[in-house]
Design a protein around this ligand. Structure first.
Ligand SMILES: N[C@@H](CCC(=O)N[C@@H](CS)C(=O)NCC(=O)O)C(=O)O
Length: 305
């Protein structure tokens, strides 16, 4: 009943991050496959409108964004750790590099090289979503995108240059997941991936180790079942609102929370948690009762509703 539920779709690279994190922790988890494009009405009930995936649900608590999801997984299931040798700060500090500098040109190549085969509904949906991509220039930009993605691949090769099996040394960690998920996307979506990865021998050996890692024990459930589980649950007691927070909010304030980069759809609710690294709002829903939706602070803007 309390197994974590991941709302994702299988081709999602950010979803692969969390599938790997669940696997490294050896967890059993439920999977809800969401549509590749909007609308996603059931997920909208749980998130309040946040439109990125993946989203992690535990009962009536809903965690948005991989940056918060991994911390919550670590808090709930500390062993085995995703952050050996005190690497939590380092691994999370690596995410702006892998989520944007490394991932974005790979995503551009995935779209640009495959544009003719991608259903129009997906292209139209992503045009309004990926504001960092110029869809009209994608094909002419392909050579440049190759240069940017290869530069990211070289950084991974350098991370492994001394022959270490994993980014931090002998033990697999979240730093590997950071570095791996754009490579995973390239293998799945970029037809020229074999040529692209060929010069990076250490990376390819490490990639085989990452491919072999567990993705946990997964069972599929429907979106309606996930809603029913939320309805049968009560959100955890919130952490509370930090009185010294620079934004000056108090518990119960009506606020909107939105990503500050792309997919900037605000989620409105009553503020229940505000800490240095997390914000959460309580929302009352007809379909699933009371839900608390959680976001990281980094990369999110909170405004008074
Ligand atoms: N900062 C977010 C980024 C998530 C993200 O961009 N996810 C992409 C796919 S992997 C997405 O939602 N794409 C649009 C979609 O699938 O609707 C996170 O770390 O979770």
């Amino acid at each position: 009943m309390n197994d974590p539920i991941l709302h994702h779709h299988d081709p999602s690279p950010f979803g692969e991050k969390i599938r790997l994190a669940l696997g490294l922790k050896g967890l059993a988890w439920r999977s809800v496959q969401v549509s590749m494009v909007m609308p996603r009405p059931e997920l909208g009930v749980l998130t309040g409108g946040y439109r990125k995936i993946p989203v992690l649900q535990v009962g009536a608590d809903v965690y948005c964004d991989t940056r918060l999801i991994v911390r919550e997984l670590e808090r709930r299931y500390p062993q085995p750790t995703l952050f050996p040798q005190g690497s939590l700060g380092l691994s999370l500090a690596l995410t702006p590099w892998s989520d944007r500098s490394f991932f974005d040109p790979g995503a551009g190549l995935s779209m640009g090289l495959n544009k003719a085969f991608i259903p129009k509904a997906v292209i139209d949906d992503r045009k309004s979503f990926f504001n960092f991509m110029d869809f009209d220039a994608l094909e002419s930009d392909i050579p440049h995108l190759y240069t940017q993605f290869r530069a990211g691949l070289e950084l991974v090769e350098l991370m492994l240059a001394d022959g270490r099996p994993f980014v931090l040394g002998s033990q697999v960690s979240y730093a590997d997941i950071d570095a791996y998920f754009p490579v995973w996307m390239a293998r799945g979506n970029i037809g020229t991936a074999a040529d692209l990865l060929e010069p990076f021998k250490k990376l390819r050996e490490w990639e085989s180790r990452m491919v072999a890692c567990s993705r946990g024990t997964r069972s599929e459930i429907s979106a309606d079942d996930a809603l029913a589980l939320a309805k049968a649950s009560t959100p955890h007691v919130p952490v509370g609102v930090d009185a010294s927070d620079p934004l000056g909010f108090t518990a119960g304030d009506r606020v909107c929370v939105a990503p500050d980069d792309y997919g900037k759809i605000p989620v409105e609710g009553d503020l229940v948690t505000l800490t240095i690294n997390e914000v959460a709002v309580r929302r009352h829903t007809v379909e699933a009762g009371e839900i608390v939706t959680h976001f990281p602070r980094l990369g999110y803007r909170i405004t008074r509703a």
